[in-house]
Design a protein. Structure first.
Length: 115
């Protein structure tokens, strides 16, 4: 079963920015609804944003106004731009189909925000 591969995480100070990237050899990104998710220590995984087949974005509470989801169909990549990061954004960030496919979870990419 194909999995997603995330990259771009790191350690930033509060107020900083990161750009996360996601790809997979198993799916054609232009044909599926995709989403970004995150899991903070001790918490359940939550949805961050999703993008429709027509590239219409939807943001969940944690992302509104600060994060931007986008897709490069030619390159088969999904992006998440994170701006004005806060310590509570510290988590492992994952991409997957939306709704997610259990067998497709990758390793995620760690985002750590220091105060």
């Amino acid at each position: 079963q194909a999995q997603f591969v995330e990259s771009g995480g790191g350690l930033v100070q509060a107020g900083g920015s990161l750009r996360l990237s996601c790809t997979s050899s198993g799916w054609t990104f232009s044909r599926i609804v995709l989403g970004w998710y995150r899991q903070a220590p001790g918490k359940q995984r939550e949805s961050v944003a999703m993008i429709s087949k027509r590239d219409t974005p939807t943001y969940f509470d944690s992302a509104k106004g600060r994060f931007t989801i986008s897709r490069d169909k030619a390159d088969n990549r999904l992006y998440l731009e994170l701006n004005n990061l806060q310590p509570e954004d510290t988590a492992v960030y994952y991409c997957n189909k939306f709704p997610p496919e259990d067998s497709a979870w990758g390793q995620g990419t760690q985002v750590t925000v220091s105060s």
